[in-house]
Design a protein around this ligand. Structure first.
Ligand code: NAP
Length: 484
């Protein structure tokens, strides 16, 4: 299958924070890959901006090194890299100062799509937005891209929204949640809304429960002090897991337009019940060696911040009343995996007799590694010996199913940046969505903070705290194994 590359209009993309980690690892290598695939028209330019004093040639050398490190060797071509680097420019700018802005203004071309990627700390968003306006750089059609964390609670998210709204309209603001840029996540919408197969079963009558797991093997090393002010609930559940839950639970939008999709996601968030404190398990990992535990890196030996959280969530609407959604995410777990599993109910009666136990049908959607989908079904065990049942997977790995085009699935960031250039906000969070997610999260966090609970310890390399197993056991269910 040949993948279709849809061209975009000429653009000027300004990356504030172009010398930072995110720009180096994701944004700039991703842009090179889009360039290789013919998605950067000849007039398109990328302008890096950061505090570091540097000339354009030095910036290009930094980007060359980033491509060397973060792009697969098979996609590195010296001639093409040189052509890409020619499109890059650099302007030293302090977001809080007033130098550099006229130089940036001089780089912008009339008639080009203007996009400004704020790949800097959120505390700088206001200063950048204000100066882009004051210096007449951002026009009424300009787009700005902002990164997580979008606030640390409802009040700070509202502040950020107000700050951006002072200079930009909602239609110009692209709040990135890179989980939404993943191929599988979008495929989830295709599977749900481009097939008739699942919709009749996609409700509390047929779905026993849903599990959403985002497990990491890495710890907080290096960024422990920052992480300690956040924790798994703020860092992962409020945004990434919530977005996945929305895509599973939402009603079919009337069309695939940004607000039609985002309206339906918002309804899901608003339908979430407050979480019962007994339905939450928080954990903190213990190290396997010296200086290896969470507390060794948190900068606070008495930290009560969770590096793991598991919770049972209810969506109170006609479709989902009675079907629990179990969410879990954590660091230093057994394997790196992100998966959504829709576990269907058992058939009401076995015509094969009690001896022939069946397992539930499960639709598992893997986000990483090996993006793909897998459906387990019961069949007859092959061979003589009567009607014995066995479970088999119907497996669809995108890389295998889509042949060559599947092996080079664009990174989530590449896809999302191209959506910004196209002016398509479907895969970006709207301001009210973010605020609704915080409005649901805040009381959960406030409840445990007021109790001063300590998170349960768990061993690095395990599946998380024992109590998290109990969260499902007591409902007669089991977590799926965390495996790569
Ligand atoms: P970083 O490595 O600390 O880089 C920060 C960037 O901001 C640098 O380019 C720095 O430029 C620039 N900067 C700092 N102060 C500035 C100022 N006053 N004026 C202009 N530029 C300034 O941070 P990062 O990891 O790239 O993260 C950037 C944003 O993305 C943050 O909001 C972060 O939360 C978010 N994010 C990052 C990741 C990730 O994987 N890294 C993932 C998700 C979200 P100089 O070095 O030249 O001063």
């Amino acid at each position: 299958m040949v993948s279709r590359v849809i061209p975009v209009d000429p653009f000027d993309l300004v990356i504030f924070g172009a010398t930072g980690d995110l720009a180096r690892r994701k944004i700039l290598p991703g842009l090179y890959r889009r360039f290789l695939d013919g998605q950067m028209p000849p007039e398109a330019r990328v302008i890096g901006a950061a505090r570091s004093a540097m000339e354009t040639p030095a910036f290009r050398e930094e980007v060359r090194a980033a491509i060397d490190e973060f792009v697969a060797p098979a996609r590195q071509d010296a001639t093409r890299i040189a052509e890409f680097l020619d499109r890059l420019h650099y302007v030293p700018i302090d977001a809080k100062g007033d130098t550099g802005w006229p130089e940036l203004a001089a780089q912008m071309r009339p008639g080009h799509v203007q996009a400004f990627y704020f790949s800097v700390a959120p505390s700088l968003f206001g200063a950048l937005a204000e100066r882009l306006h004051r210096h007449g750089i951002a026009g009424s059609e300009a787009r700005i891209v902002v990164e997580k964390p979008f606030g640390r609670d409802l009040a700070t998210a509202q502040d950020l929204n107000r700050t951006l709204a002072a200079h930009f309209e909602e239609r110009q603001i692209y709040r990135i949640d890179h989980y939404l840029g993943k191929e599988t996540v979008q495929n989830l919408m295709a599977v749900r809304f481009a097939n008739i197969l699942f919709e009749p079963l996609w409700n509390a009558q047929f779905v026993d429960h849903v599990q959403i797991t985002v497990a990491e093997t890495v710890g907080v090393d290096g960024r422990g002090a920052y992480y300690d002010t956040s924790g798994a609930m703020r860092d992962m559940v409020q945004n990434h897991l919530m977005q996945l839950l929305c895509l599973i639970a939402m009603e079919p939008p009337y069309c695939f337009e940004p607000d039609a999709v985002r309206d339906e996601k918002l309804k899901v968030i608003r339908a979430l019940d407050p979480v019962d404190p007994g339905d939450i398990v928080r954990g903190q990992y213990r190290g396997t060696g010296p200086d290896d535990g969470y507390l060794d890196h948190a900068g606070n030996p008495d930290s009560r911040t969770e590096s793991y959280v598991a919770l049972k969530v209810h969506v109170s609407n006609w479709r989902w009343k009675g079907t629990p959604f179990y969410l879990r995410t954590g660091k230093r777990l057994r394997a790196r995996t992100s998966e959504i599993a829709v576990v269907f109910k058992e058939p009401p009666h076995s015509i094969f007799g009690e001896a022939e136990r069946w397992r539930e049908n499960v639709l598992a959607i893997r986000l990483q590694p090996n993006e793909g989908m897998n459906m387990t079904v019961m069949i007859k065990e092959p061979g003589p010996g009567g009607m014995r049942l066995t479970e088999v997977p119907l497996d669809m790995s995108f890389a295998e199913a889509l042949g060559e085009s599947g092996t080079d699935i664009p990174d989530a960031y590449e896809r999302l940046i191209m959506d910004v250039i196209r002016g398509n906000q479907t895969l970006f969070m709207r301001g009210d969505e973010v605020e609704a997610a915080w409005a649901w999260t805040d009381p959960v966090i406030a409840a445990w903070e007021s109790r001063g609970d300590r998170p349960k310890p768990y061993d690095a390399g395990s599946s998380g705290p024992e109590d998290a197993l109990m969260l499902l056991h007591r409902d007669g269910r089991r977590w799926r194994e965390i495996r790569a």
